[in-house]
Ligand binder design. Sequence first.
Ligand code: SF4
Ligand code: SF4
Length: 430
Amino acid sequence: MTLEPAKPFPNLEVPAEDEYLYCIRCGACLYTCPTYRESRRETDSPRGRIFLARKLLEGHVPLGANLTEQMYRCLACGACNVACPVGNEPADIALQLRWLAQQAEPAKWKELVFHKVLASPGLMEAGTIPLRMYQLLGFRAVANALRLTSLLPRQLRDMERQLPRIPAKTARSQIPAVTEPMGVQRARVGFFLGCAQNLLLSEGSQASVRVLARNGNQVVTPRAVQCCGMPAIGYGDWDALRAFARYNIELFEKLDADVIVTDCATCGSTLKEYGHYLSGDQQWAERAADFSSRVRDVSEYLASIELTKPSGRVEARVTYHDPCHLVRAQEVSSQPRELLRMIDGLEFVEMQEADWCCGSAGTQIITHYETSMAVLDKKMANAAATQPDYIASGCPGCQMQLTVGCKRTGLRARVVHPVQLLDRAYRDSG
Ligand code: SF4
Ligand code: SF4
């Protein structure tokens, strides 16, 4: 007699059995996992998360707060996916279980955040006004000069440190709708401006557009772009992700671009997955697959074309941190290094464990502060050993986390996007 496993979620979409059943418990994933390295708890490991998923989906344990919390402790760094010899993807399972939890019990705040605020560039910009005022009216400078921030609880102090120097104007208001190429046009690029780049790190995207144009690309930057959808995936709201995807696909189809480029690793990894997330939607599957096939990270794209060598110099020692969403989600790691090595005067120094997660993972500094900082402190020890003037990284989340790390450890290094250094070398060329 064959026993049918229980079906605890008959009305919900659940991960397919072959995605969680075949863990052979070899442990190869354990020592790649940043959360396991910190806690040494099995439930905090990829193998433990797979085990919990299996117990849940076979009906042996409930979908309660404890189990969901283990899935939210995962940094979704993807290191375990690469390490597993039988092809399990524990990182994806953790995200799928967050989605299952959301389907079973939708959280109301997500409706507001993902379906309204992140869907409106104007609302998001309005949301950062208090932060802008805090900085532009000098409150931040005064608080730092008087060391008032040292009176804050540690977590709030580190969250304050995470804020970059917020630009007076958003990238959306600075980057022209169309930037004409220098010299002969070789391609028409649709530039996907991510939310964090737009609001907090606009210098990075302005540099990306300049470098693209400098190398013969006409750059079209749509202002009405919406969030890529990664925050929604991280919090299990795949309906919101699919809404963002349909909107952005339609927007970029109108541009008639040869390629879609972004300088945010997180956005790029999500845009490249639109085809996957909409594969079950007959009306959108083909359009989404076409869209995703044309997406490139800015370093990936620049390394694939014939670049003009900058004649300016950047006399600095630079190390590089691989964002998880670039090195594993997009398998882009040599290209940013190639760009940095093009720059005369720049001394590139590889750090140990450059491809280990920095502990950012979106909002972990808020939701799982202790683990996030423990993972960051290891990253900073490796970065500091290279004695860098700059730490380069192509993800705004990583950049902000590394900025906290520099302030926590007193490391006097600037955190930048690699393309910013390339841009500087071009601009110094005259
Ligand atoms: S994605 Fe990263 S944090 Fe999550 S289980 Fe895998 S290795 Fe650990
Ligand atoms: S590496 Fe794969 S098979 Fe081995 S314990 Fe981890 S998830 Fe299971």
